[in-house]
Design a protein. Structure first.
Ligand SMILES: [Zn+2]
Length: 145
């Protein structure tokens, strides 16, 4: 299966583009308020804490822990049905646990989505981001730390 059958983000999107530029460099970056310094993700134009429109993109450690996970089963979009069942993890960022990313737990950047047996996934286990080139973007995925 060509991985480009997956739904992919637009790396040219003005709001999200810096995130995809960072993943292409092997970094997990989040928006940070240019006024009060609060991190936020997903990207948005205004700080929810101080309403500033000043934004910087700050790299993170790329480390986190599994906050939750699910195992999708069909019916799914065709590209996803072909690899189901697979895991989808929600990862809480080490520096700011309120920031969470949705992705897949794999054994390496190019690993298959169904290569980890979901029964082995533990809430709270430490993970780190890896970056898998799919189409025009580098998708963050997660490996055990
Ligand atoms: Zn702020």
């Amino acid at each position: 299966m060509a991985e480009t059958e997956f739904l992919l983000p637009d790396p040219e999107d003005p709001e999200n583009g810096p995130f995809w530029e960072a993943t292409a460099r092997g970094e997990l970056a989040v928006q940070q308020c240019g006024s009060c310094g609060r991190r936020r993700m997903p990207p948005r134009p205004m700080c929810p804490a101080c309403r500033s429109l000043e934004v910087v993109w700050a790299p993170t450690s790329g480390r986190g822990s599994v906050w939750s996970f699910v195992v999708p089963h069909p019916p799914l979009l065709p590209a996803y049905a072909k690899v189901a069942p697979y895991n989808v993890v929600v990862v809480s960022l080490e520096e700011d646990p309120a920031i969470r990313f949705v992705g897949n737990l794999v054994t390496g950047a190019a690993g298959a989505l169904d290569e980890i047996d979901p029964v082995t996934i533990q809430i709270g286990e430490k993970v780190r981001a890896v970056y898998c080139e799919v189409g025009d973007v580098f998708l963050p995925r997660w490996v055990r730390a």
